[in-house]
Design a protein around this ligand. Structure first.
Ligand SMILES: NC(=O)C1=CN([C@@H]2O[C@H](COP(=O)(O)OP(=O)(O)OC[C@H]3O[C@@H](n4cnc5c(N)ncnc54)[C@H](O)[C@@H]3O)[C@@H](O)[C@H]2O)C=CC1
Ligand SMILES: O=C(O)CCC(=O)C(=O)O
Length: 528
């Protein structure tokens, strides 16, 4: 199978070598498409690779009928409509580590440029003006750098600023006093950081919670003469409030790499001499571009070849050593879900999944997604995948609950799935037998031992002589071969269950004939 990959922003040629070298990938690099042209072409592609320029909107995603994966060669995914991608079962991956150093170095370069007026002085000199008085700067040694958002880049900026003998104070909702102490920096609330700092640099993602977090009120509580740096995302700082704060003299200068609207060429901020700016260059180094492109290329290859990705954005990431342990259960989990929803033959209202034995000690969220995928496939078809299974269940009002128990019931591992529907509850359980693969071991309270695979028939009947013979001859009449048969009963002469695996699908006519037999209470044909 060949996969078509569209690269719509400039990516490092060395970085996309893994894709070029993969036999089953066709690469199209078109970095100047208008939104309309992109919309017209996107339907041809299985994968889309972008940086921050291409806007992957809901509208574009709706046109992307074959798209399976969006790779963001960088960190921020605010140019991608994640909800629309998730809803449509498209996985989004990014490259969160490749440009950390470059962004931190750029931030330091901006702090230095700002404190010593380097861009302004150079600009004057280019215009043949030798002015030493006008461009007197400030030292950064012993000044306080306030960092808002102490993630990968924030931490690297802190280390570099300490190297420049700055005092560093940071705010991040996940930062603890102990962690700050380990890093040798101060720790404060947002307000404390804003009040104490001489330089303030933001390193959060742009989200609704961080949009305009540096606003008119924030500028009001800052020290007079504060300098502001934004190498994270335009929109974290309110540009109009920043303009006013500079004009009023409250803010002495600002260094901006990112803007609310990009490209940013015609804005009143650029008219202010106190503003230095770069056109979103934080990650623009040879090293960073190569690494981020390599990272997303590998994830695209992994995903389209059916392997587990390393940097999912709209799926929780699971460490590879855990993934290695649970991957063998994926098939079992999905088949249990499908088997049970077919048996229930009604819309699920609640789904309970219990993991026992070995599985009680590890992260099982991917198994829950696979089970729910197995269930929802029966309502929604192949459009359901790992990415959107839980999202779609939620949209359909289906509650999914996961629990763990160390009780093994004699199995080293056991997944029990129970569905509550309008007319009651039904459950199945399955195990993975070492060396023998998945087994269905319980249907409601009956014990069975069946490989959940292929064409199956579940027959509920009363336990009495002759049923098996009559059922067998009815099936034979329809030229269907029975491959395996499992029977269990509640008690002698009570309720019983028979599970057959057969060589072809049980057609309606045969099914109705089976149902009409006296002792038979229900028959369900299941194709896994
Ligand atoms: N200018 C450029 O070219 C580049 C910009 N970036 C941008 O830098 C930003 C940070 O990147 P990373 O450090 O890799 O991300 P990260 O995810 O490692 O760190 C983000 C930090 O922000 C914190 N945070 C979230 N909400 C917050 C809030 N309300 N207040 C304070 N902190 C909050 C998080 O707890 C996290 O620690 C992203 O927006 C990314 O897009 C990244 C690379 C290059
Ligand atoms: O692709 C780029 O150059 C921008 C990098 C960036 O902003 C990010 O990684 O979030």
């Amino acid at each position: 199978m060949t996969f078509n990959v569209l690269i719509s922003d400039p990516l490092s040629e060395e970085g996309i070598q893994p894709l070029r070298e993969s036999e089953n990938f066709t690469i199209v690099m078109e970095t100047n498409l208008s939104p309309e042209e992109l919309g017209n072409r996107i339907g041809e592609f299985d994968a889309l690779l972008v940086r921050s320029q291409t806007q992957v909107t809901r509208e574009l995603i709706h046109k992307a009928t074959n798209l399976k994966i969006i790779g963001r060669a960088g960190v921020g995914v605010d140019n991608i409509d994640l909800e629309a991608a998730t809803e449509n079962g498209i996985i989004v991956v990014n490259a969160p580590n490749g440009n950390t150093n470059s962004a931190a170095e750029h931030t330091m370069a901006m702090i230095m440029a700002l404190s010593r007026n380097i861009p302004q002085a150079f600009h004057a000199l280019k215009n043949r003006q030798w002015d030493r008085k006008k461009y007197v700067g400030v030292e950064i040694k012993n000044k306080t750098l306030g960092i808002v958002g102490l993630g990968r880049i924030g931490v690297e900026v802190a280390a570099r600023a300490k190297g420049q003998r700055m005092n560093v104070i940071a705010y991040d909702p996940f930062l603890t006093e102990e962690k700050a102490e380990q890093l040798g920096i101060g720790y404060g609330t947002l307000e404390e950081v804003l009040k104490k700092a001489d330089f303030i640099t933001v390193h959060t993602p742009l989200m609704k919670e961080t949009r305009h977090m540096i606003n008119a009120h924030a500028f009001e509580i800052m020290k007079s003469g504060v300098q502001i740096i934004n190498c994270a995302r335009g929109g974290i700082i309110d540009e109009n409030a920043l303009y006013d704060a500079i004009v009023s003299g409250k803010v002495a200068g600002a260094a901006l790499d990112v803007f609310e609207e990009e490209p940013f060429v015609d804005h009143k901020l650029l008219e202010l001499e106190q503003v230095v700016a770069t056109p979103h260059l934080g990650a623009s180094t040879i090293e960073a571009q190569e690494i981020v492109a390599i990272d997303v290329s590998h994830d695209v290859i992994r995903f389209l070849n059916g392997d587990v990705v390393k940097n999912p954005v709209n799926l929780p990431s699971v460490p590879s050593e855990i993934m290695y342990k649970i991957e063998p259960y994926f098939h079992l989990a999905e088949k249990l879900g499908t088997f049970l929803i077919d048996l229930t033959n009604e819309v699920a209202e609640e789904v309970y999944i219990t993991y026992s034995g070995d599985l009680s000690e590890i992260e099982v969220a991917p198994l829950t997604r696979n089970t729910v995928k197995g269930i929802l496939k029966r309502y929604l078809g192949s459009h359901v995948n790992d990415v959107n299974a839980l999202y779609l269940a939620d949209k359909k009002g289906i509650t999914v609950k996961e629990s763990k128990t160390s009780s093994t019931k004699g199995f080293t591992n056991l997944i029990t799935v129970e569905i509550k529907s309008k007319s009651g509850r039904r459950k199945v359980a399955g195990t993975l037998l070492n060396g023998f693969g998945p087994r269905l071991v319980k249907v409601d309270d009956y014990s069975v031992d069946v490989t959940p695979k292929g064409h199956m028939v579940v027959i509920q009947h009363t336990d009495q002589p002759g049923v098996i013979g009559r059922m067998g001859s009815t099936i034979a009449k329809h030229h269907i071969n029975i491959a395996t048969m499992q029977v269990d009963r509640s008690d002698v002469g009570g309720n019983a269950i028979m599970i057959l695996t057969i060589d072809k699908h049980l057609e309606t006519e045969a099914l109705e004939e089976l149902k009409s037999l006296d002792e038979i209470k229900d028959v369900t044909a299941i194709d896994l």
